[in-house]
Design a binder for this molecule. Structure first.
Ligand code: SF4
Length: 456
């Protein structure tokens, strides 16, 4: 199936695309797609979470996502300010209105089951939904949240896309080599080829409207993060830093005492602002995941604020970035639960590097080189969030991913595009490295930094 820019960038809520956005969509889907006449008969509904969802679901807001999804809320439409109200009411009243239509008794402590023992076969992030009438089970469905908000069912069919929906853009691709070959054969720039694909699926106006909405949502997220203080939720007592850093940077700018590396601090604070918003359950764009949601916006803001990128160049940035994210997803994974953080922040950094290279006027081979450099230097990175929260190391890790992306784009622009390791090889290496990685380093909070803090 073709992965469009519409699939890759999803407007949703924090803190996790695989543990919040995906499960929320799955829960809604389970209730929404019940056979006619079933909803009204339900007296009890349960969901059993497996694998990484069971290990880190509480810290990642999976229980909240389930309640919202059962209630019929969608990640891109739910009013962020209403989420705590909905959850508090559900917990207090121990009642839930399925799709806002049918009220049942619901106790999150017993109806949401965290099964840390058993894995389901297809992916670590498995969910088994069951509906009952009295003691009789009347519906069951297994789904998997495979990262980036994508959900598949047992047949590995994308949930949300109509079955048999094989959209066929004019330039279908599954490797960067194939993409570059087509650009040479058709004598067309990579970004124009990607536009041709998107415009074949939706009108140019619809595509641009979506891209502008993504840009606006990403920048609004940065702006909220830059002015919001306080402690992040979850119990780690992590204080938000973006607002304080931002204030210092503004003050230093007016003193005209700038040091060259202060630009890096601006990039870092953009990324930190997004990931603090994400950790607080705010509105973010999955890019390609929520844990890694800060990298692509931070580099895009850098392109606008420091490289004078126009709105059209920002659209191009997103299109080129999405093609790299699609390749990572198709040929490896963008899920920390599957391949570690190389798949999340590494993929995001490669996306941002390619996008920035496009903005800065790189050739297509330089764009490929930029993405490859960024990904190569994230290979092997584990996923070990402390306390199962998307805070440490995730927030700072996005800042580092953004800075690496800018360096990668700049290095690629200083070369001629010729290099030893291709992006396709780097992505395949990520897949193999992820397969070799022990489970404890794949979003279970059972290894790495996640256990160091306890020992200290
Ligand atoms: S460590 Fe990386 S992959 Fe794991 S939750 Fe944090 S951002 Fe996501």
């Amino acid at each position: 199936m073709y992965i469009s820019v519409f699939d890759l960038f999803k407007i949703g809520i924090g803190p996790s695309s695989s543990h919040t956005v995906g499960p929320m969509r799955a829960a809604r889907r389970f209730v929404f797609e019940l056979p006619a006449g079933t909803l009204e008969r339900i007296t009890r509904i349960t969901v059993t979470l497996h694998g990484s969802l069971a290990h880190t679901g509480r810290g990642h807001g999976t229980d909240t996502a389930m309640m919202l999804g059962f209630a019929g809320e969608l990640p891109d439409e739910v009013e962020v300010e209403r989420v705590p109200v909905i959850i508090a009411e559900t917990r207090a009243q121990q009642r839930l209105s399925l799709l806002g239509k049918h009220v049942i008794a619901f106790n999150p402590a017993t109806n949401i089951i965290f099964n840390v023992r058993d894995l389901l076969p297809i992916h670590s992030n498995g969910m088994t939904f069951r509906a009952y009438q009295g003691e009789t089970q009347i519906a069951e469905r297994i789904m998997y949240s495979i990262g980036g908000g994508f959900v598949v069912d047992e047949d590995e069919v994308f949930v949300g896309a109509p079955r048999g929906d094989e959209r066929a853009p004019p330039f279908a691709f599954n490797t960067m080599r194939a993409l570059l070959n087509m650009t040479e054969r058709e004598n067309i720039r990579l970004v124009n080829l990607l536009q041709a694909n998107e415009f074949a699926l939706r009108s140019e106006a619809e595509t641009n409207e979506f891209l502008d909405r993504v840009i606006a949502t990403m920048f609004a997220c940065i702006d909220r993060g830059l002015v919001t203080d306080g402690m992040l939720p979850g119990g780690l007592k992590v204080m938000r830093r973006a607002a304080g850093i931002h204030q210092k940077l503004i003050a230093e700018r007016s003193h005209q005492a700038n040091l060259p590396h202060q630009i890096m601090d601006w990039v870092s604070v953009y990324a930190i602002a997004v990931n603090e918003e994400n950790a607080a359950g705010g509105r973010v764009v999955t890019a390609p995941t929520n844990g890694a949601a800060g990298v692509v916006p931070a580099v895009m803001r850098y392109a606008r604020d420091f490289c004078n990128a126009t709105q059209q160049q920002l659209r191009d940035y997103l299109l080129v970035a999405s093609s790299v994210g699609a390749l990572c997803k198709m040929n490896a994974s963008i899920s920390g639960a599957e391949v570690g953080c190389q798949g999340e922040v590494g993929s995001a950094s490669a996306m941002a590097a390619a996008g920035l290279a496009q903005v800065l006027g790189a050739t297509d081979t330089q764009i490929e080189n930029a993405a490859e450099i960024a990904l190569e230097h994230h290979l092997g990175m584990t996923c070990d969030p402390i306390g199962g929260l998307v805070q440490i190391p995730c927030i700072e890790r996005n800042a580092m991913g953004a800075i690496k992306a800018i360096s990668a784009a700049s290095l690629a622009l200083r070369g001629d595009g010729i290099h030893h390791v291709t992006l396709d090889q780097a992505i395949d290496t990520m897949r193999r490295t992820g397969a070799d990685m022990q489970t404890q380093y794949k979003e279970t909070s059972l290894g790495g930094l996640a256990v160091r803090l306890v020992e200290c």
